[in-house]
Design a protein around this ligand. Structure first.
Ligand SMILES: Nc1ncnc2c1ncn2[C@@H]1O[C@H](COP(=O)(O)OP(=O)(O)OP(=O)(O)O)[C@@H](O)[C@H]1O
Length: 483
């Protein structure tokens, strides 16, 4: 039976099955015919199992018809057909995990652009230098993708008092994944290096064991994948995939809030991984107990391993970070200049980096030396914005004025509706727009308990969904306070 018979078989099957099914399961198969046996190669185990279960009988029937009524022997395995017997045509290769493929955005991405190689088994593979390492595993219609930013390593992470513990814990996890610190829960404000550390762990795990399967994704991605799996009736593949990794890295878990089904699924995945001795790493913008609208059992699981905070860097660390980033960009930055920027930009490392980038770009354009006066000029818009930074004080004044009440009312013990709602709005804005902790906000509102602040935040989130008036007020405040 010649190999072309497989192509004829595919043509018959193409007419029998919906295009999506055909393209997902059948088209990726490669064939090799030797000694009266047809070997079919599947790009991964899931495709193989699925085809075996759902399509093999039909494949055999079609081949029998094409072969003059004689049933051929068909076997399947994972891999690629030997080249000499099966030159793979472009059209076939397209639906495999290499070559060009259609990303979920609909944009066509070439291997070159992606800078990655992909292995059918899903093991991590050496990427091109400086790029993103991406692992794509195709299971049914679900594409699981994970990205590790190669630039985010322990070497490029500057250690300081604010992140010492988080870095040490991360290093421990990278050296001994699935060990004592499982799960590792990294939390802290925006732009403080949580994602960087998470990738550093992933990169280090893969460096030590190139076959390790590390899946990194933001929590929204997990939710989107799950929704898609449900729609496509492929939830089992979804589960299997996420439970098959050596390390699961989920960034910004706070976005799971109110996604009950995702929380449920994650909870089970989480348990399965912990039981299997696989590592789980989670980042969040707040301490587990402070996450609003998250199941208690999930929050309590987060605390089983090690929970570490990444704090805003102090001045010396900010200077060291700037020096390191300048060095990476091959730019000479005097310590005086670094100190000047670090003194001005105190919020977080992302902003610090942004400011440095701006200064460097300006210096390139103008050919100027990077001196404090030059920095002041380059950053004048940014610095003006910082001077206008939102404080709890500012929020209280704005809210009181808007609702025509006194700031003293917001701080008082009064509990009439005209005062309690504005107070809750102001508390919620304070949580959203400042870096203050719940207890600090409670203190600033007449010495209230942090649980009152938490309740206020929850309430305002709820009201924004159900009460257009509050939603509009809140949007007005965001505009008033941030622009
Ligand atoms: N200690 C550090 N040394 C070097 N670079 C750092 C450090 N901390 C943060 N950065 C850099 O700051 C930027 C922001 O960091 P990152 O994305 O990890 O923040 P994050 O805490 O995950 O923020 P978010 O909560 O918004 O996701 C990155 O480019 C990262 O490399």
């Amino acid at each position: 039976m010649p190999n072309s018979m497989w192509h004829q078989c595919l043509e018959v099957l193409r007419d029998e099955f919906p295009a999506q099914q055909f393209n997902t399961w059948l088209r990726p198969l490669q064939s090799d015919h030797r000694e009266g046996q047809l070997m079919l190669f599947a790009p991964n185990r899931f495709v193989m199992d699925w085809v075996n279960e759902k399509y093999l009988r039909r494949i055999e029937e079609v081949l029998k018809d094409l072969n003059g009524g004689q049933a051929p022997r068909v076997n399947m395995k994972v891999g690629s057909a030997p080249r000499e017997s099966e030159p793979v045509k472009r059209s076939q290769a397209e639906s495999q995990v290499n070559g060009t493929f259609q990303e979920e955005t609909g944009r066509r991405v070439t291997e070159e652009e992606r800078g990655v190689a992909v292995s059918a088994g899903g093991a991590a593979v050496r990427p091109k230098a400086g790029g993103w390492r991406r692992e794509v595993q195709v299971e049914g219609d679900i594409k699981h993708q994970s990205f590790l930013n190669e630039g985010f390593t322990f070497e490029t992470f500057v250690e300081g008092k604010s992140n010492q513990l988080a870095r040490a814990a991360s290093m421990q996890v990278a050296e001994n994944p699935g060990g004592a610190y499982n799960p590792l829960f990294l939390y802290g404000g925006v732009g403080l290096g949580k994602t960087h550390l998470m990738h550093a762990i992933g990169n280090e795990i893969v460096r030590r064991n190139p076959r390790a399967k590390v899946a990194y994704l933001r929590s929204e991605r997990f939710v989107a994948d799950m929704v898609k799996a449900l729609q496509l009736n492929a939830i089992n593949e979804f589960k299997r995939y996420y439970r098959s990794v050596d390390a699961l890295l989920i960034d910004d878990i706070q976005f799971f809030a109110r996604k009950e089904r995702s929380q449920e699924e994650f909870f089970h995945t989480f348990n399965a991984l912990l039981e299997g001795g696989q590592q789980v790493i989670v980042t969040c913008d707040r301490f587990p107990k402070e996450i609003v609208d998250m199941e208690e059992r999930l929050k309590s699981r987060f605390g089983w391993g090690l929970t570490v905070m990444v704090e805003p860097p102090e001045l010396e660390t900010r200077v060291a970070i700037l020096m390191k980033k300048a060095e990476q960009a091959n730019v000479k930055l005097s310590s005086e200049a670094a100190f000047f920027i670090a003194q001005k930009i105190r919020s977080n490392v992302r902003e610090l980096e942004g400011a440095l980038r701006l200064v460097i770009a300006n210096a390139h354009f103008t050919g100027s030396e990077i001196t404090p006066p030059f920095i002041r000029e380059s950053l004048k818009d940014l610095l003006a914005l910082h001077e206008k930074q939102v404080s709890i004080d500012n929020i209280q004044r704005t809210v009181a004025e808007y609702y025509k009440i006194k700031v003293a009312d917001l701080l008082s013990k009064r509990r009439t509706r005209t005062v309690t709602r504005p107070r809750q709005v102001a508390m919620s804005l304070s949580k959203e727009l400042t870096n203050h902790s719940l207890p600090e906000i409670g203190d600033a509102f007449g010495g209230r308990d942090h649980t009152t602040v938490l309740h206020a935040c929850k309430k305002i989130v709820e009201l924004q969904e159900t009460d257009p008036g509050i939603r509009e007020d809140y949007q007005n405040f965001m505009r008033l306070l941030t622009t």
